[in-house]
Design a binder for this molecule. Structure first.
Ligand SMILES: [Zn+2]
Length: 330
């Protein structure tokens, strides 16, 4: 059965390369990795030996999207489908939102704020039960979803510029810029994690910030595009050891400059948010003693379940994916 699913996925992915619907893999991995550095000592003793696990599994929710149909809406919310900023017509509580719009509509336009509450429940329960495998699994995954909530184009239906002639902007913002600039000059030390008093309100405030920024993300790229010689926008340049056609280095740097460091800022906020939600769940669970270990986890609960997806991803990933035609796109 699993082989059949993999075979089907393989065929599908060959004709429809993976679209960029979240922070790129590089950023997700760095966010989870760096979040560990902001934890208090009582958590570091458990988390630090598993830092590579948290990094490695930071991208599992994205890989799973192609096998689990319920997965995709957990990564975004198209807030502009509910009016204009600050989208007051959309109830913040799930039950009220369902009553007003129906579960199908909410699923169609993305459910990341509500999914974060579910993931929080899973992580808090895992801490309470002192279950190392489940703690790591839930921590790695909530790190992914909460980071996605910080990406402006995850809060906007024009998520890849498909409605405005800017296809590819998603990957430019979330992959090309961090991969080019992060190691060069960005600082990921964000200070200690903090206790989040009202997690749902926190999730919504970060998502509303993202939605608010999405207009600038699109407008600034459009303006830069208009000022740029078309032959200078893309170039064959090296990425991960391969020469590929991508946004040119100069164009990427200029876009980062006109956004005034927004990508670094949102990545830093992601790191602190992820550390803080891990910390908050641990506090809500009663600050249990966590098992100290100097060895890597023998119990890697995700490894088995994602091995095939991981292999598939490596085989069929593309360096500059064209976005898939999805329902509702113009
Ligand atoms: Zn994602």
């Amino acid at each position: 059965m699993r082989r059949w699913v993999i075979a089907l996925l393989s065929g599908w992915m060959m004709v429809c390369p993976l679209p960029g619907w979240s922070w790129g893999f590089y950023a997700h991995e760095r966010i989870n990795e760096w979040a560990v550095n902001s934890l208090p000592p009582g958590m570091q003793i458990f988390f630090r030996p598993h830092q590579s696990f948290l990094k490695r599994h930071a991208t599992d929710p994205d890989k799973r999207r192609y096998a689990v149909k319920e997965e995709a809406p957990r990564h975004f919310i198209d807030l502009d489908r509910y009016g204009t900023y600050p989208f007051d017509s959309l109830p913040r509580q799930w039950a009220q939102a369902v009553e007003k719009y129906s579960a199908d509509t909410l699923q169609k336009h993305g459910i990341v704020p509500w999914w974060l509450e579910i993931m929080m429940g899973r992580l808090t329960k895992a801490f309470r039960e002192k279950d190392p495998g489940r703690i790591l699994q839930a921590a790695a995954e909530i790190g992914h979803y909460l980071s996605d909530a910080h990406v402006p184009l995850h809060a906007c239906s024009n998520h890849n510029g498909q409605f405005s002639g800017q296809r590819g902007i998603h990957g430019l913002w979330e992959s090309r810029i961090p991969e080019l600039l992060a190691e060069e000059k960005w600082n990921f030390w964000v200070g200690p994690a903090f206790y989040i008093q009202d997690p749902p309100a926190f999730f919504w405030s970060r998502i509303l910030e993202s939605a608010h920024a999405s207009d600038s993300v699109l407008r600034l790229e459009r303006e830069l595009n208009d000022q740029t010689d078309p032959s200078k926008k893309y170039a064959y340049e090296e990425r991960k050891g391969k020469l590929i056609r991508q946004y040119a280095t100069d164009y990427t740097r200029q876009y980062d400059q006109v956004m005034n460091g927004m990508v670094e800022r949102r990545m830093r906020q992601s790191i602190q948010s992820v550390a803080s939600i891990w910390y908050t769940c641990w506090v809500l669970a009663g600050q249990p003693d966590l098992p100290a270990t100097s060895k890597k986890s023998k119990n890697d609960p995700l490894q088995e379940s994602t091995r095939d997806l991981d292999r598939l991803w490596r085989r069929f990933r593309t360096d500059e994916p064209e976005p898939c035609k999805v329902k509702g796109e113009g």
